[in-house]
Design a binder for this molecule. Structure first.
Ligand SMILES: *Cc1c(COP(=O)(O)O)cnc(C)c1O
Length: 358
C-alpha cells in the first residue's frame, strides 16, 4: 500500500465545456501522480501534485537513450453514477513486463493500480459526460540519471497524467484504409515489440507519416525477418475474419499483447467463433480477399476499441474488404465491449473495477 501525499492545486483550471471538441490527449487535468526510484532506496515519495512541467538535466538518460515505458487506459463515467476502469490489472502486469525488458525497476501491481485509482478519484470531475468520452490515463516511467554513460539508470521517475478525451468516432464506426508496410519494420524477434515503450514508436513514425501522405490512416506491420506475416497496426492489434473463423497474430514477442485484443478473443470465443492465434501470411489474406472469403478486418486498442478496416494496400495493389461498410462482427464487438466498459450492461467477466462514486 502506497502512502500517497496529496497536495491540491490552489488554481484549478476551467474544465472543457464543449465535450465534442476534446480530441485525444490535448487537455490535462489539475494534478499528476509522481513517484521516484533511486538505486539502493527503491520507489519512494509517492505523491499527487498540481500538474506541472518537469525540470530535467539536458543530460537526462531518457533524452539520449530512450529508456522509457508507458501504459494507456481509460476511466469511464457510468450511467448509474460511478467512475469505472477496465481490467487495470492487465495494464499493471504489462507495464512490469515492459519495464523488465527495458531494465527499469518494476512497480508492485497493486501499487500501480492504487496510484491510478487515487489520481482518477481526485480528478473524477474531469471524467467527461458525453457518450463515448472518457478520461484517458497515461502512466509512464523514464530514466532520469544526470549523465551520458550508457547503462541502466539509477534514478527513475514514474508519473501518471490524465486527459479528458473525446469520442473516438464522432459519427459511428468509420472504416479505415491501411497501408501494409513491406520495407521498414517495427520490431523483430529478440527486440522490444512486446513492450509498450516509446522507442518502438520512434522507429515507426516515418512509416506512419509516409502512409498518411498516401491517404492511409495507419501502417500494418509485417514480421521483421521475412516481411511475410502480419503482426499489428500502429497502436492496435489486428484481426481477420476468413471463412467464419477469426485470425490474429500470436503474441510471441513481436506483437504488443493488447488488453482489448485478449478481451476480443474471449468475447469471440463466447460467441462461438473459432479463434486462431498464429502466423498469418499477408499473401493468404490477399488470396482470401480475391476469392471473396475475407469477411472482415478490424483493429483493436484502448483508444478506438474496434477500428474496422475497409481497404489494405499491399505492394501497389488495393484490397477492398467487403462493401466498405462495418462488418457485423466488428459492430457487435464494439457494442458489447463498450457496453461493459461504460457499465451499460452487467459485467459477467469481472473486467470492470469501480474507482468511486461519481
Ligand atoms: C497499446 C498498443 C496496442 C493496444 O493495446 P490495448 O491494451 O488494447 O490498448 C497495440 N499495439 C501497440 C503497438 C500498442 O502500443
Amino acid at each position: 500500500m502506497l502512502d500517497i501525499k496529496i497536495t491540491k492545486t490552489t488554481a484549478p483550471k476551467a474544465k472543457p465545456t464543449d465535450e465534442s471538441k476534446l480530441g485525444f490527449g490535448k487537455i490535462f487535468s489539475d494534478h499528476m501522480f509522481v513517484m521516484e526510484y533511486d538505486k539502493g532506496q527503491g520507489w519512494h515519495d509517492p505523491r499527487i501534485e498540481p500538474y506541472h512541467p518537469f525540470e530535467l538535466s539536458p543530460a537526462s538518460s531518457v533524452l539520449h537513450y530512450a529508456q522509457e515505458v508507458f501504459e494507456g487506459m481509460k476511466a469511464y463515467r457510468s450511467a448509474d453514477g460511478k467512475i469505472l476502469m477496465f481490467r487495470p490489472d492487465c495494464n499493471a502486469k504489462r507495464f512490469n513486463d515492459s519495464c523488465d525488458r527495458l531494465c527499469i525497476p518494476t512497480i508492485p501491481e497493486e501499487d500501480f493500480i492504487q496510484a491510478c485509482k487515487t489520481l482518477v478519484e481526485l480528478e473524477k470531475d474531469w471524467v467527461p459526460y458525453a457518450k463515448d468520452t472518457s478520461l484517458y490515463i497515461r502512466p509512464f516511467v523514464f530514466a532520469a540519471d544526470d549523465g551520458l554513460g550508457v547503462h541502466a539508470a539509477h534514478h527513475y521517475i514514474f508519473c501518471i497524467i490524465v486527459a479528458p478525451s473525446g469520442a473516438y468516432y464522432a459519427e459511428g464506426l468509420a472504416p479505415v484504409r491501411i497501408y501494409v508496410e513491406d520495407e521498414y519494420i517495427r520490431t523483430a524477434p529478440g527486440l522490444t515489440g512486446f513492450a509498450k515503450c516509446g522507442g518502438n514508436y520512434a522507429a515507426s513514425i516515418k512509416s506512419g507519416e509516409l502512409a498518411q501522405q498516401l491517404g492511409y490512416s495507419q501502417v500494418l506491420w509485417l514480421d521483421g525477418i521475412e516481411h511475410k506475416y502480419v503482426e499489428e497496426v500502429g497502436a492496435m492489434n489486428i484481426f481477420f475474419k476468413i471463412d467464419g473463423k477469426i485470425y490474429t497474430a500470436a503474441c510471441t514477442g513481436t506483437v504488443l499483447p493488447g488488453v482489448t485484443r485478449r478481451s476480443v478473443i474471449e468475447l469471440c470465443k463466447d460467441m462461438g467463433y473459432e479463434v486462431i492465434e498464429g502466423k498469418i501470411a499477408v499473401e493468404d489474406i490477399g488470396k482470401a480477399g480475391e476469392e471473396g472469403r475475407l469477411e472482415e478486418v478490424f483493429g483493436t486498442g484502448t483508444a478506438a476499441v474496434i477500428s474496422p478496416v475497409k481497404e489494405l494496400r499491399y505492394k501497389g495493389k488495393d484490397l477492398k474488404i467487403g462493401d466498405g461498410s462495418i462488418g457485423e462482427l466488428s459492430q457487435k464487438l464494439y457494442d458489447t465491449l463498450t457496453d461493459i466498459q461504460w457499465g451499460r450492461t452487467p459485467d459477467t467477466k469481472g473486467w470492470v473495477v469501480t474507482v468511486c462514486e461519481a
